[in-house]
Write a protein that binds this ligand. Structure first.
Ligand code: OOG
Ligand code: NI
Length: 472
């Protein structure tokens, strides 16, 4: 009997990211333009900076790298999503409450499904930002709307039994034989395609008056990927090239400003959703043609992961920027941002780690001396310890930020919102937190800071062991 090929979770993940990307490219042509420009930007960046360009991930990883975003309605649905991504080695990481992330709040809470181990991330880092509606939040929905939402969402089925059965099998058996894998990937991709089913017009419009996100989730009988984001090594260059192609981007790049020091966390930008034809069923039973803007394009650049202290400094810097940049032009805002950054963050990676603000691992370089990248040796810590060692073979390498930023996320949600929506700030919201999310998922919800710290700790021990020195 011939041995059938078996696909491991990371192979399912990589194949799914490709399959989703193919589907999205066929249906959203502007995404294909974005991919082309991203490839040009990355190729030019690697040509200009050589090995340094790959400090935050190999060019192979970065070229394949995508994140997607989906939105679901109920705890049952998000638990099913967890099973489908679990089959691909993607675990829920982090809790995001976007109901009051900024002035542009939306009635959802979120997590991100992604690989959590370093070698899994290196193989394929595909991640999906997953949001879930909170119908019980009285600031957005009345008791009657909550009841009708629960009824509507309870009656729909986003994922069929065969897809879930294959997902569970892949998770327990550590992968799937080729034929089952093909079927699993086909069903999973199909589950996130945009449905052409007629939309109940009155129901959709009623929810839209509360929030366009509520209508996008609770006004239709299926879900869809609403964007798929490639990664670039120079997002300012990308922004300029897209604009030169005549594609209108949102007015600014979200996240940290461009400055001369190390890139931290995440910078993102997007273009607005294009109107796509959809049919609606009117209250008197007619089917009419109209359009919806529910799928858009986004691109991102990733920097170094920050510690809790670093993140607190980042949040303070952003608050200062908001305060000082109210009403100024984008160019002025950038200048103020740069100035705040210079006061907040040191301008080298090593200092970022030494001051406890950012995560850097310990690596052994293959060559004598600097390992080809802009490695930083030792530091101000004492001799005889790993951090203080002058051993020429020890270099520090930045840990790339693998997660999201709630504020940028709230901004990104605006890419397909036409209306502001209505929120009654006088009401109290429903309590939702990371424990609640873990319960809904019936899985461990990983803390991103702990994952980064663990990665550094492991590198410290492994390097110290190889060198035969004290890891402390
Ligand atoms: C998700 C928005 C969040 C990001 O990159 O911050 C996100 C959504 O619009 O559903 O994808
Ligand atoms: Ni996104």
């Amino acid at each position: 009997m011939s041995q059938e090929k078996f696909l491991e979770p990371w192979q399912l993940r990589a194949a799914f990211a490709r399959s989703l990307s193919d589907m999205y490219g066929k249906e959203v042509p502007a995404y294909t333009a974005l991919l082309e420009v991203s490839h040009e930007v990355n190729a030019d960046f690697v040509a200009a900076y050589g090995a340094d360009a790959e400090r935050l991930g190999s060019i192979d990883r970065v070229t394949a790298e995508r994140h997607g975003a989906i939105r679901v309605g109920t705890p049952t649905e998000i638990a099913q999503v967890a099973r489908i991504f679990g089959a691909m080695g993607m675990r829920p990481v982090g809790f995001y409450d976007l109901r009051d992330a900024s002035s542009s709040s939306v009635p959802v809470i979120s997590t991100a499904f992604r690989p959590i181990d370093r070698d899994e991330l290196a193989r394929n880092p595909f991640r999906v930002f997953t949001s879930m509606l909170v119908p019980g939040d009285r600031r957005f929905f009345t008791r009657d709307q909550e009841r009708r939402l629960d009824e509507f969402l309870g009656a729909r089925r986003l994922f069929g039994p065969e897809l879930l059965r294959l997902a569970d099998r892949a998770e327990t058996e550590g992968g799937l034989p080729a034929a089952d894998a093909t079927e699993f990937l086909r069903l999973a991709t199909e589950a996130f395609e945009l449905s052409r089913e007629p939309v109940d017009q009155a129901w959709y419009r009623e929810l839209e008056a509360v929030s366009a996100v509520a209508a996008d989730i609770g006004g239709v009988t299926s879900t869809h990927v609403n964007h798929l984001t490639p990664r670039v090594l120079d997002i300012d260059d990308l922004y300029a090239r897209m604009t030169a192609r005549g594609i209108t981007m949102i007015p600014a790049i979200q996240g940290p400003p461009r400055w001369e020091g190390p890139d931290v966390l995440l910078r993102q930008t997007s273009f607005r959703a294009l109107a796509e034809p959809r049919t609606f069923r009117t209250p008197d039973g007619q089917v009419v043609e109209d359009s919806l803007r529910v799928r858009f394009g986004e691109v991102e650049a990733r920097g170094i992961a920050l510690t809790r202290e670093g993140r607190a400094a980042y949040d303070t810097a952003v608050a200062q920027l908001d305060e000082r940049a109210a009403g100024v032009t984008e160019a002025e805002r950038q200048a103020i941002g740069r100035e705040i950054w210079q006061r907040t963050f040191p301008d080298t990676e090593a200092a970022l780690a030494d001051q406890g603000l950012g995560y850097l691992t310990y690596e052994l370089s293959d060559e004598h001396g600097d390992g080809g990248g802009a490695g930083h040796h030792g530091s101000s810590e004492g001799p005889g310890t790993l951090a203080g060692t002058r051993a020429p073979r020890v270099v520090r390498a930045p840990v790339v930020y693998e997660d999201f930023l709630p504020r940028s996320a709230a901004g990104i949600f605006q890419s397909n919102l036409t209306e502001e929506g209505a929120k009654d700030a006088g009401q109290t919201g429903a309590k939702r937190d990371d424990d609640w999310m873990a319960g809904a998922l019936d899985r461990e919800l990983h803390d991103p800071f702990e994952l980064y710290a663990r990665q550094v700790e492991r590198s410290r021990r492994a390097t110290a062991e190889t060198l035969g020195v004290d890891p402390e």
